[in-house]
Design a protein around this ligand. Structure first.
Ligand code: FES
Ligand SMILES: [Fe+2]
Length: 377
């Protein structure tokens, strides 16, 4: 799990003046709307004696702990009131919780989980189709018992389609089957793999282009940052599908997928149910395979897998990860899991860059060493 990316926390309509508890990166957060309607996100652990802030109340622009009523401001996490000290009591400077930047976009609330200053933060992926009348967008939100990085590798993988999604291929049974030359597309925050492949049969608007019962499809799948993925499929010259998934690691073992699918055909909303149904079938085919992979996390050693050229984009993705690890953004999942009953930590927020005196330690990170991803043989 990586810090210093924007993560989708919830659907925007779920965040109101009643606090909501959300778990991300193995940590707990409280989200709420302040009096100006601005979404706020703070570390959920009250620094007094550990109560869950999300189970308290919103009081104006602050959140009130349900245990002894301390109030923490949403904007900066600073404690503004300690009832037991009386009206003029001095509030200790360490009475503050981490507060995280938020953005509302695409009907979701995104939280920046990390300590980078604003100018250095990797952006949220652009979904130009979202507000475009030429496209119809549907959304879905599911929870998978899969490590998020393993899950991204599945989306990137150009060689699994034939086998995991029978409707999209010949199940590798044709004599001439191989994964054609993959074109790697380097983007600002990730790499995509573009492939052309032939699929059996066709229906609807693509029928006209069918030649000899098969037609050529072009698709690109890539990642943007650690856990956002996109898949652009060109069924025909005119019919395109563009999918985007914001994968939020709930913890190292569970991934919440906020999925967007844009289509530029069958724009009438009456077509939504059929599209979503097909998408669910395809997603479940992936889920069934991914929930069973061993080890549960991507292996740390290159000797524990046999890598072939069709895995090139996955190796590129791991190289990006090595780069982010070298900046100190990779969480130490084993250390995190070691003593959950004895120690609460917080994802470091931007304020930790300047201010000292935090009651909770920052979540443990892996050393900033550069590990080298294995090369495709
Ligand atoms: S534990 Fe939160 S106010 Fe005491
Ligand atoms: Fe798949």
């Amino acid at each position: 799990m990586f810090i210093n990316f924007w993560y989708a926390a919830d659907e925007a309509r779920n965040i109101t003046d009643k606090p909501v508890h959300v778990k991300m990166l193995g940590h707990d957060f409280a989200l709420f709307r302040d009096t100006a309607g601005q979404v706020r996100c703070v570390s959920n652990t009250c620094v007094h004696r550990g109560a869950s802030l999300a189970h308290g109340k919103v009081k104006g622009d602050a959140i009130e702990c349900p245990y002894h009523g301390w109030q923490f401001r949403g904007a900066d996490g600073v404690c503004a009131k300690i009832p037991s000290l009386g009206k003029d009591g001095k509030i200790p400077s360490r009475a503050k919780v981490d507060s995280y930047p938020t953005q509302e976009k695409y009907g979701l609330v995104f939280v920046f989980l990390g300590d980078l200053p604003e100018a250095e933060r990797p952006p949220i992926i652009d979904i130009p189709e979202y507000d475009d009348p030429q496209w119809r967008v549907t959304t879905m939100n599911v929870l998978w018992k899969v490590n998020a990085l393993r899950g991204v590798e599945n989306t990137l993988d150009p060689a699994h389609t034939e086998f995991v999604h029978p409707v999209m291929g010949y199940q590798g049974e044709r004599e001439d089957y191989n994964v054609p030359q993959i074109e790697l597309i380097e983007r600002d925050w990730g790499t995509g793999a573009k492939v052309k492949f032939v699929t059996p049969g066709a229906s609807g608007s693509v029928k006209a282009e069918v030649k000899g019962g098969a037609f050529q499809t072009e698709a690109e799948s890539g990642h943007h940052g650690a856990t956002t993925t996109y898949t652009w499929i060109q069924f025909s010259a005119a019919a395109w599908s563009r999918q985007y998934t914001f994968n939020t690691p709930v913890d190292a073992y569970h991934t919440r997928k906020f999925f967007f699918q844009a289509r530029n055909f069958a724009l009438d909303p009456s077509g939504d149910a059929r599209m979503d149904e097909r998408t669910q079938v395809v997603m479940n085919q992936d889920r069934v395979v991914m929930e069973r992979v061993q080890p549960f996390f991507v292996p740390q050693s290159s000797t524990e897998e046999v890598i072939v050229p069709a895995d090139r984009v996955i190796i590129r993705y791991r190289e990006w990860q090595a780069q982010w690890q070298s900046k100190g953004w990779l969480m130490d999942v084993d250390a995190l899991a070691a003593a959950p009953e004895n120690k609460a930590t917080a994802i470091p927020s931007p304020a930790r860059r300047d201010a000292k005196g935090w009651a909770l330690d920052a979540a443990p990170m892996m050393p900033r060493t550069q590990k080298t991803a294995q090369a495709a043989e």
